[in-house]
Design a protein around this ligand. Structure first.
Ligand SMILES: Cc1ccc(Cn2cc(C(N)=O)ccc2=O)c(C)c1
Length: 323
């Protein structure tokens, strides 16, 4: 028969698989009641034998005591801000300039993804375990919001699979899906409590909570879009492949990400996403285009703080929803 430790370890990895399928792949394979049964079985074992409890157990997402304040965190790799391209002409000149800088005249391969309207976050995984979460701040120094990011189900407390670097810093956007935002505001209105003006403010306000049990009640999601510090391991040679690899290690990526070649295909991607914008589950404020080849990104380097190899193309601002 299995020892209690073997039993609880097996049940925990089952919960991690269920969470991955449900929150990261949006593809649950078991009914909620089955998840609930296994979750309470682990909780029961940990309550009966507290020495079995581990900080990276799926039952340990909601932290203990509220904080008095947020500590500061220095980003070893600066978190970027992107130059905005406001129209096709800008994108064409962006593409033409890159081709010149790269000394080539064939189409550049771009990784395209929606620019989610949320809060940028840095997640540091050491030996696959989530060590700290931090806001972007000014790009160099942010705030330590680890206890709050731990409550977000699509953020894994532990990476899955194998082959990840010893140190892997993932960057992503924490956002509130529109459906969660509407439901939250309906409830707030009912209780005569403060409503949020838009999902971005709702996500930012939820991450600023000193008490993680409040954050835990907010319907937040995270989508990763790049990596920062990487030590003791290698990543694929293209941005799109890095995202696919992050997804296999348990992190959520945006289902609308795509790879296209040349400026024309980029503008086509921009128009198609623009048409679907109101049907997307979250607010987006544009499209981010990145040179897909990491070697080319490094060749193009950085001019001041915005990278030469990426640009955000924003949509016209949406008229503010009148609440
Ligand atoms: C009672 C209960 C348990 C779980 C959930 C949601 N859910 C489902 C799964 C699942 N199906 O793989 C995994 C994690 C999870 O959080 C709800 C809504 C209600």
């Amino acid at each position: 028969a299995m020892t209690v430790v073997e039993q609880i370890t097996q049940l925990r990895s089952l919960l991690e698989q269920y969470n991955y399928q449900y929150y990261v792949l949006d593809a649950p394979t078991v009914p909620d009641a089955e998840y609930d049964r296994v979750f309470h079985a682990v909780k029961e074992l940990e309550d009966r034998q507290p020495e079995l409890r581990r900080s990276d157990s799926p039952t340990q997402r909601v932290g203990a005591a509220p904080l008095d304040g947020f500590e500061q965190v220095r980003h070893e790799v600066r978190m970027l801000s992107l130059d905005n391209a406001f129209n096709e002409q800008d994108f064409d000149s962006f593409d033409t300039r890159l081709k010149k800088l790269l000394g080539r005249d064939d189409d550049i391969e771009y990784a395209c993804e929606p620019k989610l309207d949320g809060v940028a976050v840095s997640l540091l995984y050491r030996n696959g375990v989530l060590e700290r979460g931090a806001t972007r701040g000014d790009g160099q120094v942010g705030e330590n919001i680890t206890s709050n990011v731990r409550t977000i189900p699509s953020i894994p407390l532990k990476l899955i699979g194998s082959g990840y670097p010893d140190v892997l810093e993932v960057r992503g956007e924490i956002y509130m899906p529109r459906s969660g935002f509407e439901a939250f505001n309906d409830k707030a209105r009912e209780l005569y409590e403060k409503e949020f003006v838009n999902p971005r403010n709702a996500a930012a306000g939820s991450l600023r909570q000193l008490d993680p049990t409040v954050t835990a009640k907010r319907p937040l999601q995270m989508c990763c879009y790049s990596v920062g510090l990487v030590e003791g391991g290698d990543l694929p040679a293209r941005h799109s492949e890095i995202l696919a690899q992050l997804n296999q290690w348990g992190l959520r990526i945006n289902v609308d990400s795509a790879v296209v070649s040349g400026a024309k295909a980029c503008m086509n991607y921009y128009s198609r996403l623009g048409e679907r914008r109101d049907q997307l589950p979250m607010d987006i404020d544009g499209i981010v285009f990145k040179v897909n080849s990491i070697a080319d990104q490094q060749r193009l380097g950085f001019v001041s703080r915005a990278p030469r190899w990426a640009i955000a193309h924003k949509f016209p601002a949406q008229e503010e929803l009148t609440t």
